[in-house]
Design a protein around this ligand. Structure first.
Ligand code: NAD
Ligand code: WQD
Length: 338
């Protein structure tokens, strides 16, 4: 199939592009490089041995986006592009609403105008807010606690309206849990700007000596050891979930919502231990206050992904830690030119 990948130079988009190309799909990337680097495209081409058409344009520019559709045949779109930093979204809500919402509206308008109706959207487990029971099913109620999460919820609702408006639409909303890890080559991975907000890149930067110690946000939660529990999922498994969603998009209902997680929760301390084991590096850490807005626990019920898409995660926490470490070791400064 001919697939447009928005945000294809980003962390999850680049890994998904590799899986798509390896499966014989033809990929066109659109990315404004606001949170990524052109080098990613070279690395994707080196890894796959195939060339990938890339447009470094902004989805906010509808005319430019339309040209991409006019100049390329597109069967389906996987829409990763967007801003994703929760803390920044609290400080700069308008930046998040305008980028995440307007780019999605533009994309959907251009898709309709060009008769393309297959769309996979990157949603997030953040839309479940503070669930009362676990594992989390797609039928659970949703609530946003920050502008980033609200932008995801609003987009989900817009896409639901769209799916009702015209039976041609086939839309899959994938709610990711906590993506970590990197491609086995160590050539592509997560490259956060500045000090990482998320646990795994923070740990790898401590391991490589860029940061001194990890702050563990609270050890007084009602969990196995008091630290927060999450459903970490290897980014390559996540990428493969998109291929399965694509294969099934026309067979499934007009709009499907699917969790992508492993179904298993690991505490912060368990992740530190697994990382130490996988890397042979010692991780200095200290316990600090809880981070405002954090929940104690989050893990998916991935049953629907198996039933509807025939997908389940295959990689475990050791694979995730090993591959995150391999990427960080090979690229201590991320994609910054060496
Ligand atoms: P990322 O920042 O690495 O990738 C997003 C890409 O989109 C970047 O390359 C950025 O340059 C591009 N982009 C942003 N705004 C754009 C615009 N207006 N026009 C063109 N390109 C634009 O993020 P990621 O981790 O790969 O996440 C991909 C998607 O998955 C995002 O929508 C994110 O909200 C969602 N998601 C991520 C996580 C996570 O923890 N990484 C979890 C759940 C959901
Ligand atoms: C994981 C655990 C922290 C950093 C975020 C977004 C969510 C989604 C994924 C996009 C928690 C603890 C973390 C640190 C720590 N993104 N931690 N010290 O918060 O589950 O999810 O990324 O959709 O929307 O909110 O992920 O990696 O930040 O935290 O102790 O320096 O690690 O408290 O228990 P989170 P995370």
């Amino acid at each position: 199939m001919d697939i447009l990948v928005t945000g294809g130079a980003g962390y999850i988009g680049s890994h998904t592009t590799i899986e798509l190309v390896n499966e014989g799909h033809n990929v066109v990337i659109v990315d404004n490089l606001s949170n990524s680097n052109k080098l990613v495209i070279d690395r994707i081409e080196e890894i796959t041995g195939k060339s990938v058409t890339s447009y470094f344009i902004d989805l906010l520019n509808k005319d430019e986006l339309d040209k991409v559709f006019k100049n390329n045949h597109i069967d389906a779109v996987i829409h990763f592009a967007g801003f994703k930093a929760v803390g920044e979204s609290v400080a700069l809500p308008l930046k998040y609403y305008s980028n995440n919402l307007v780019s999605t509206l533009n994309l959907c308008e251009v898709m309709e105008e060009n008769d393309v109706y297959n769309l996979i959207f990157s949603s997030s487990a953040t839309v479940y807010g503070k669930p009362e029971s676990f594992p989390i099913k797609e039928t659970f109620s949703t609530k946003a606690y920050n502008p980033y999460g609200r932008s995801k919820l609003i987009i989900e609702e817009i896409l639901m309206d769209l799916s009702h408006s015209n039976e041609k639409w086939n839309i899959t909303l994938l709610r990711y849990f906590n993506p970590v890890g990197a491609h086995a080559s160590g050539e592509i991975g997560e490259d956060p700007n500045g000090t990482p907000n998320n646990l795994m890149p923070y740990i790898t930067q401590v391991a490589v000596g860029k940061l001194q110690e990890l702050n563990v946000f609270g050890d007084d939660y009602d969990t196995v050891d008091g630290t927060g529990v999450r459903d970490y999922i290897h980014v390559v498994d996540l990428a493969k979930g998109h291929l399965k969603a694509l294969e099934n998009i026309e067979a499934n209902d007009r709009l499907e919502i699917v969790n992508l997680g492993t179904g298993e929760g690991y505490s912060v301390k368990q992740v530190i231990e697994a990382f130490q084991e996988a890397s042979g590096q010692h991780i200095n850490y200290k316990i600090v206050d809880r981070r405002p807005g954090d929940v104690a626990t989050s893990y998916a019920d991935p049953t629907k992904a198996y039933e509807k898409l025939g997908w389940k995660a295959e990689k475990d926490i050791n694979d995730m830690c090993r591959d995150s470490w391999n990427w960080q070791q090979k690229n201590p400064n991320g994609y910054e030119e060496k």
